[in-house]
Ligand binder design. Structure first.
Ligand code: OGA
Ligand code: MN
Length: 277
């Protein structure tokens, strides 16, 4: 084996120790993929991958999603570099990427290029484990529930300015309804929740939100969470289908820049439907 893996927390996260060059082959990428699915997050401290190496590893672990330039999308709140920087404030709340798609992205590789002096650490919560550990009665109660996900709801919760242009953009992305409990092809189950979860179909608004809040609190309890404190050269990979994530707030002018490479989704949410178009 070309790397050494060790658990960061019992329920989430593996640290991978390796030389950058040793990771760039099909055998290593295949093993990393398996580990990613079982551990939720892979952490490579001080790896100092180049953009090209990051994109090459992604291509061997799955299919690259066309995003940014040559597979590198720059995460920054700097409006000069990213005209939709406002939208990224949504990442300060617990979320999954792509709940407005029927097939959400499989995962992301994220490298810290410029770090913020304050805030900007990244947290992950294992929603497979969170489901597994629920009391039996709760599992029965939520088994057939469906949740409506809305970009507008997540943006308002994140406090993004409701300018005419922003609201027009949010409204252009249709709401989507997914099963609360996602039964994957593998047979494993995870919870589909986060700041984008607006309400539970067929349940009173307040009652549904209370349930969603309780499930989010349960899922993000310390035992199920890995918090990454960034150092230069670190790279993370997360399985977006089985973990929630969020960035700790950081100042708009912090200069923080992360390079993200996204893996295409491979499996649709259970019973995903568009609400309106
Ligand atoms: C993302 C995201 C968190 C961060 O890239 O989807 O939520 O710490 N990033 O930048
Ligand atoms: Mn995200």
């Amino acid at each position: 084996m070309s790397f050494i893996a060790s658990n960061l927390k019992p329920y989430i996260g593996s640290e991978i120790a390796a030389d950058p060059g040793g990771l760039l082959n099909r055998a290593a990428a295949g093993e990393l993929r398996e580990l990613l699915i079982s551990r939720g997050v892979l952490v490579f401290k001080g790896l100092h991958f180049t953009d090209e190496q990051q994109v090459a590893l992604a291509g061997m672990m799955g299919s690259l999603r066309e995003e940014g330039e040559r597979g590198i999308y720059k995460i920054t709140l700097d409006k000069a570099a990213n005209e939709r920087a406002d939208y990224l404030k949504g990442s300060f709340l617990w979320h999954m990427d792509g709940t407005h798609d029927d097939v959400p992205v499989f995962g992301c590789l994220l490298s810290g290029r410029v770090l913020s002096k304050t805030g900007g650490q990244t947290e992950f919560a294992n929603s497979y484990i969170a489901y597994d550990k629920l009391p039996r009665q709760t599992k029965e109660r939520i088994a057939n529930l469906r949740v409506v996900h809305s970009v507008g709801v997540s943006m308002r919760r994140a406090g993004v300015a409701e300018t005419e242009q922003n609201v027009r953009h949010w409204n252009s992305i249709p709401d989507r309804t997914h099963d609360l409990v996602w039964t994957h092809r593998s047979g494993r189950k995870s919870l589909v929740i986060g700041c984008h979860a607006s309400h539970v179909e067929g349940m009173g608004l307040e009652q549904g939100r209370e349930l969603l809040d309780e499930l989010l609190e349960w899922t993000t309890q310390p035992d199920f969470v890995y918090r990454h404190e960034w150092s230069p050269g670190d790279m993370l990979i997360w399985d977006n289908t089985g973990v929630l994530h969020r960035a700790e707030p950081y100042p708009m002018d912090s200069g923080r820049v992360m390079h993200r490479t996204t893996l295409m989704g491979e499996e649709a949410f259970s019973h995903s439907t568009v609400e309106r178009s």
